[in-house]
Design a protein around this ligand. Structure first.
Ligand SMILES: [Zn+2]
Ligand SMILES: [Zn+2]
Length: 196
């Protein structure tokens, strides 16, 4: 896994790298940047493709709804697509935020993807025990982040939901369901290997 400063031009990185970056992980605020630590390495092992974990950026004000006190995940995808359009067609982009996300028809979302544009975003705020007034559990928190990041990226690799609860593509809309599912891809769900 490589780290890049957000100011580092990706073109230069590609030219100097023998291993072409396939997935970009972008913390969209400083708190998420501090928390995701080794996420890039864990995902790299899971997807078996080179991943570039960016330095945290500043959360754009666009998409914030002051009445809901949440950010629109769809607007985040628009911003991420603008970045994605500076890359090659083979790359995928996953943004990570520590703020709460919503879509127009749901009270909240753990994340959202645009599979056509190959971008996604996940929020970590509802993955921490403190959100449910429970004592912090860093290990559990990191496991949930890994599962949600892998699940979102799986969708960006055009994987649908999987009926196997041991598979990370198992559908989960509640925190308990995230904990119940596994953190690996089952045999039928193969991202990143022979997929363009
Ligand atoms: Zn899903
Ligand atoms: Zn599966």
């Amino acid at each position: 896994m490589r780290w890049a400063r957000s100011s580092e031009p990706c073109e230069d990185f590609h030219l100097s790298s023998e291993r072409k970056i396939v997935i970009h992980l972008i913390p969209l605020d400083h708190r998420s940047g501090e928390i995701i630590e080794d996420l890039g390495s864990s995902l790299e092992a899971l997807f078996e493709v080179p991943i570039l974990q960016h330095e945290p950026t500043t959360l754009p004000a666009s998409g914030y709804d002051p009445e809901r006190e949440q950010y629109s995940s769809s607007q985040m995808l628009v911003n991420l697509t603008a970045f994605k359009n500076t890359l090659t067609n083979l790359e995928r982009v996953l943004g990570i935020v520590s703020v709460d996300l919503y879509t127009d028809d749901l009270d909240f979302v753990f994340g959202e993807e645009d599979t056509h544009e190959r971008v996604g975003v996940i929020s970590i705020i509802r993955l921490q025990q403190e959100f449910y007034n429970l004592p912090p559990d860093k290990t559990l928190f990191q496991q949930r982040i890994l599962k949600e990041a892998a699940h979102g990226l799986g969708h960006i690799y055009n994987l649908g939901h999987c009926s196997n609860s041991a598979c990370v593509m198992y559908f989960s809309s509640q925190i308990g369901e995230i904990d119940q599912k596994g953190n690996i891809f089952c045999k039928e769900c193969h991202p990143g290997r022979n997929t363009v």
